[in-house]
Each structure stands twice: as C-alpha cells, then as structure tokens.
Design a protein around this ligand. Sequence first.
Ligand SMILES: C[S@@+](CC[C@H](N)C(=O)[O-])C[C@H]1O[C@@H](n2cnc3c(N)ncnc32)[C@H](O)[C@@H]1O
Length: 375
Amino acid sequence: MTTPTSSALLALIIERIQGEGPISFADYMRMALYEPGYGYYVTQAKRIGWEGDYYTSTDISDLFAHCVGRQLLEMWQWLDQPERFVVLEQGAGRGHLAEGVQAWAQNEEPAFATALSYHIADIRLGRDALSESDVTEQEIRPHVLLSNELVDAFPVHIVEVRDQHLYEVYVDTQHGRLHEVLDEPRCAELAAYLERYKVPWQTFSNGWRGEINLNALRWMEQSASLLPAAPARRKLHGFLLAIDYGDKARDLYTPERRRGTLACYFQHQLTERPLQRPGEQDITAHVNFSALIGAGRQHGLRLHQFATQREWLIQYGIHEELERVRQRDFALIETARASDQGQVALLQWYNLRHRVAALTDMAGMGNFKVLIMKH
Ligand SMILES: C[S@@+](CC[C@H](N)C(=O)[O-])C[C@H]1O[C@@H](n2cnc3c(N)ncnc32)[C@H](O)[C@@H]1O
C-alpha cells in the first residue's frame, strides 16, 4: 500500500534520478531514511516498539538498562568519579534507555546518580549523529558516547560481484517505478574498503553482495574527536560504547552470506524490498565491527572490549539481578503457588524470565555485539 508520504518521497527520488541519472543505493537510502519532511527517521510516526515496525532491547526488559547502568557506574569509577559525569546517547529514540539507566542509578547508586549528567540525541530531535556540528554546537563534551542500534541505520553502499569484477548497485527509474542497476563503483573507496578488511570477494560467486558503511567510519572519527582530550596524568578519559547487530569483517563478508545483510522492517515484518515504500519502512544493514575498531584506532581510541550482548549482559549481572528480583518480588510462587495471586506471580515470573532469555538468546539479540573503545 502506498501512503501520501511514500508517494511524495517517491516523486522526489524520481525527480532526482531524472535530473542526475541513477543514484547510488547509499543516496537512495539516505533519502528514504532522512529526507527532510519525508524520511523514515525524520517524520513523527511511531517507529519503535510494539506499535511501530520493530522493537529493541530496551522494549524487552528494564534489566537491559540496568546492565548499561552498571557498566556506566564502572566507567565513572575508572575515571576517578568526576563530579559531573557526562553521558551522551546518540540515536536514543524514545529515551527509554536513558530513563531506565537514570531510574536504576537513583534507586541503587545515589552518589553516581548525582554525578550522572545523561543527555539524549536523535535525528528526530534534530540531532544528526553524522553531522560534524551536532555535538560541538550543543557544547556537550561526553565522557561516554553511547548508542544502541544507531550505526545499522546509516546509509550503505551495496557492491555486487559479477565475473570476478566489483560493481555497485544504483537506483534508477522506469515508468514511475524504482529499480536496481549495476555499474562501475563511482568512488574508489569501495574496493579499497574490501581490500582493507581482507574480503576475498574475487573468489565469491556471481551475485554475491555486501554492504559498505562509509558513514560508520566518519562517525567513528567524529566520536573520537568528541571524547575529552587527554589530561597528562590520567590513563583514561573517555569511552565509546556501541551496541548493534553485526560482526567482524571475516564473519560478515562470507561466501555463505551471498546476498548481504540488508533488511527492511515494516510493521514487525522483515522484507527484502528496500525500494518499496520509501520513507515508510526501516532499512538497515549489519555493522562491520572490524571497520569501527579500525577507524577508532586510527583516531586514537583503543579497544577495551568486544563481546556478544549475551556475554556482556552476563558480565554485568543480568542473571544475578533476575535471581534477586525472583526472591524480592516473586516469593508467593514458593509460599502460595496455588492461590490466584500465586498463579499470577508465576505467569509474571515466566514472562520476565522469557524476556531475559530473549535478550541473551544467541539466535537473536544475544548475538548483537557490544563494542567498547577507550581514549
Ligand atoms: C533502531 S532505533 C534505536 C533507538 C534506541 N536506541 C533504542 O534502543 O530503542 C534507531 C534510532 O536512531 C535514530 N537515528 C537514525 N539515524 C540517526 C542519525 N544519523 N543521527 C541520530 N539519530 C539517528 C533513529 O531516529 C532511531 O530513533
């Protein structure tokens, strides 16, 4: 179904293609997601959560935010507990993670809560993480730059292998519809990128595709420059914590993943038709964490931790907290299981246990990656 927004945006995209010829998939994705007034991320419709197109870890359980809270507390301690500890969450969406972390800190760690100065930014609040002026304009110098599922939204180029030759996917138009065409890559950076991460694409079969997120490299460079400059004595002065789905390059660009990782979400359904409904569906691609780590290192950051979300949640005590919650809130299950309240408690307990299992499930969110780099 086409809506007024998607047809107006479609008309704009077609007009641009008619003016300048086929556009790269990255340019198409930028318009579909960010075109002022029409893009998926800049219009006011509900996108995230049960009423939207997809949900994130913060929708599943507060216990996720509590682990982030414990991680931030530890970072604050590593930095010798600055009086004002500034956290900037980019791509914060509805701000649920921010609320969850701050509520946890107030309940569990009042001294940390007093120091914590938690700021949220999102393109829907007019704050583009890819814009160089975004944070400097606001005069926020974060100790920690945090994001959950931000980088997967950045526009990507798509390359395709044909007869051991590398082509790029462009978007063209015919009879008022959009379609893909292959052509020589216009920027040399794409082949160099695959070279840099040692992707043996020459050995891949015809039709193999991969996405290349050049914006992620730029974002990493900007992020490194936002963290506080190094005072001479201190060993540590800032962290970047990015959670997203993706892998290191060697596990991402494999012959088995023949058609890449691009995915579209519309009303909780996964589709593989990015040219449909521009502006009405989410378009994402897995993150190449080797690229984030490499770019971070190039701009002065050091790798602190790279783990699966499962490993990291366990490290930050999700199972211990689950057990504490069981003892605190679900005692009725042991003492009066047969009563109505006991039965309700049992169902609520199963529900919570299920949610924690979903966050840590290696076939799902547990396989998301947590990257921590330090300055
Ligand atoms: C998948 S949602 C995740 C939201 C939130 N972090 C969460 O965990 O629920 C991606 C968010 O990133 C925002 N976003 C996408 N591109 C952005 C950009 N370039 N700059 C800032 N925010 C962006 C979107 O508006 C959206 O709120």
